[in-house]
Design a binder for this molecule. Structure first.
Ligand code: V47
Length: 353
């Protein structure tokens, strides 16, 4: 069976075959991914009304791609008080947000009680908001710096009101690339192990992949296959999010950036390879909104959300600093020929605009 027939018949591809997908022309590859997307979701495009909160930028780790961490180039350190975090969440809720997405840095001075206290205080004030918080990298940091197991941190998250985990900190799983771009942070196996344990608690999470820097196509495929293997076992991933590397203000010297074609091919290939992860998210903050809208025709069925405010990718050049107005977001989706479906954080459909 040739490669195209295999994809059309939902035959699982191995590493070498998946790498070959990149050699297909963009339109052929896009059509294969679009067929899978349309079989599952028709022309629905999902999004949520959310608020990203990044409560501290003080970080003990050094990731070369990061422009957000205050311990290196950024001299403006900050750590929000719990009151401040709750007040942002309340304001977001009043403006219609149904999810707060809380991720930040590995702050050795803030303490476990500050991280957990913030979730607890939000939960007390806003019993119905969905709290998506703590990447596996943050969980690893909290566990190792407090002498706790991953399970113990996970139990504390659940006790204090966290509903789901975001997909950050995955970067690229290949150990050599990882060593170069973010040595000392959570390892690939630890990242996967933390998500496995979270899923064992019956909870859902997402998975990201940071691409377009020094990694090869083969590293991207390896990353996807490691996620596919875990998903076969645990079934807890809702969405896969390819994050396009942003180049400003950081220490990773990259001279060659992916073309729009390469980015669209990566979305399309992730739709094909990750046959067991339901949603492929084109996170407009890093892909640009134009390419995210186009990605809807190359396998992506989700555009994240309105964001409201975001400090991590925008520190590195992304245009997500102040999010996007709901009205504009919805009309962009509709004008591109898709149905704008507001979802909750677990992909229950809430409303069609
Ligand atoms: O893991 C850091 C990335 C991630 C850069 O789960 C960068 O729904 C691009 O996890 N260029 C955190 N990316 C963000 C994240 C996320 C985002 C959207 C949705 C979800 C979800 C999760 O930000 C980190 C890192 O890979 N990041 N620096 C940069 N220069």
């Amino acid at each position: 069976m040739d490669l195209i027939t295999k994809v059309e018949n939902s035959v699982r591809l191995n590493q070498a075959e998946a790498e070959e997908l990149y050699e297909l022309d963009l339109i052929t590859l896009g059509k294969l991914a679009d067929n899978i997307r349309r079989d599952r979701f028709g022309n629905k495009s999902f999004f949520n009304i959310n608020r990203h909160i990044n409560p501290t930028n003080v970080c003990k780790d050094i990731c070369k791609f990061c422009a957000y961490s205050a311990s290196r180039k950024n001299p403006n350190q900050y750590t929000m008080s719990i009151e401040e975090i709750v007040s942002i969440a309340k304001d977001a809720w009043n403006k219609g947000a149904k999810e707060v997405h809380i991720v930040s840095a590995h702050n050795p001075d803030a303490g476990l009680d500050w991280y957990m206290g913030a979730f607890y205080a939000i939960r007390q004030e806003l019993p119905d908001i969905h709290i998506k918080a703590l990447t596996a990298a943050e969980i690893h940091f909290l566990a190792t710096s407090n002498g706790l197991s991953y399970e113990e941190v996970i139990d504390l998250m659940i006790e204090n009101g966290v509903d789901s985990m975001p997909g950050g900190g995955a970067e690229i799983f290949d150990e050599d690339v990882r060593d170069f771009i973010c040595k000392g942070k959570v390892s690939s196996n630890q990242w996967l192990d933390i998500h496995r344990r979270w899923h064992k608690r019956g909870r859902m999470s997402n998975a990201t992949m940071l691409f377009g820097h020094i990694e090869s196509r083969s590293h991207r495929i390896d990353h996807m296959i490691r996620l596919r293997d875990l998903q076969d076992e645990s079934g807890g991933f809702n969405a896969f999010i390819p994050l396009v590397y942003q180049k400003e203000n950081n220490f990773l010297k990259v001279t060659k950036f992916p073309t729009a074609q390469e980015i669209l091919k990566t979305y399309a290939i992730s739709r094909i390879i990750l046959d067991n992860i339901p949603h492929i998210k084109a996170y407009w903050a890093t892909s640009t909104i134009g390419l995210a809208l186009l990605a809807q025709e190359f396998g992506a069925d989700d555009l994240d959300g309105t964001i409201q405010k975001e400090s991590i990718q925008s520190a590195a050049g992304a245009s997500s600093g102040n999010g996007m107005e709901l009205k504009e977001f919805v009309s962009l989706i509709k004008d591109s020929g898709f149905r704008a479906i507001e979802r909750d954080s677990l992909y229950n459909e809430l409303r069609e605009y």
